[in-house]
Design a protein around this ligand. Structure first.
Ligand code: ATP
Length: 258
């Protein structure tokens, strides 16, 4: 099947701060960041650091108190840490409903891939935490998101899905999507070019334990960078983006051309 390619740009956070109420202190302060097409980002931080809050800001479910978020991809898939099971649907009825909301997106390949056949007739309220989480993953994945946001995706997951999820993240990134996952468990470690973000005392920091090589590989000693347009056959894009990321380079745009 021909991979679907959309037009993706780099999403940017500029001086983003957020607090829940006027008198509260800021949960996120002055966050500056970019998320490039093909990026897979692991987000860590202690309990209550603000990871879920940052993910909701990225998803557009919360608005920055100050600062801006620009160029969010049009289709966002968000799998929350706790999938809300207090809804009077079976798994199938819920996914059919979400498919209609998502323009008749195909969910069946995802339930098959995540081995959910035996769960389809189960009411959401009867699901285990791990199974409910899988329903959350399917609704996030079905519309081919340009931005896939996963809040603690490995919590409570069965072994097979834990193994499958990094491949799925790689595939989404391989077609130019952005993937960001808060993760205590290091489930995405080992992916080539994985970026590491940490929220610490309200501040978003890119980890320096695995620094992007961009500064050294691309900027040389001058500190200057260049942007180069490269044309690759659509079928080669996933491998190309993976190799590029592994070498520390970043895509700034992915665009399908005639
Ligand atoms: N709806 C809300 N109203 C007010 N404060 C909130 C709300 N949601 C979260 N907070 C507060 O914001 C801070 C950050 O919470 P958040 O859930 O983003 O952290 P987290 O890093 O995801 O934590 P955890 O790892 O425990 O899920 C915490 O102090 C939390 O109590």
């Amino acid at each position: 099947m021909r991979p679907e390619i959309y037009r993706y740009s780099t999403m940017r956070l500029s001086k983003v701060s957020f607090r829940y109420r006027r008198r509260d202190s800021f949960v996120i302060e002055d966050a500056d960041a970019h998320l490039a097409p093909g990026d897979v980002i692991e987000l860590t931080g202690v309990n209550g650091a603000g990871k879920s809050t940052l993910l909701r800001l990225l998803a557009g479910l919360a608005r920055p108190t100050t600062g801006t978020i620009a160029d969010r991809p049009a289709v966002v898939g968000f799998a929350p840490d706790r999938f809300p099971t207090d809804q009077a649907f079976t798994v199938t009825a819920y996914l059919r409903h979400m498919s209609r909301v998502r323009g008749h997106a195909r969910w069946e390949p995802w339930t098959e891939r995540l081995n959910m056949g035996h769960l389809l007739a189960t009411p959401l309220s009867d699901l285990s935490k791990g199974s409910a989480h899988k329903v959350g993953l399917v609704q996030a994945l079905m519309a081919e998101p340009g931005l896939l946001i996963l809040d603690e995706p490995f919590a409570g997951l069965d072994t097979d899905t834990r193994v499958t999820l990094p491949s799925i993240a790689t595939e989404v990134a391989g077609r130019g999507g952005i993937v960001i996952a808060s993760d205590h468990q290091g489930g995405l470690r080992g992916l080539p070019g994985l970026r590491h973000w940490t929220v610490l005392d309200g501040h978003l920091k890119e980890s320096t334990t695995n620094p992007p090589q961009l500064e050294t590989a691309a900027a040389g000693t001058t500190g200057l960078t260049s942007t180069v347009a490269v044309t690759v056959p659509i079928g080669d894009l996933p491998d190309f983006l993976t190799r590029m990321r592994a070498e520390g380079y970043r895509a700034s745009e992915v665009e399908e051309t005639g």
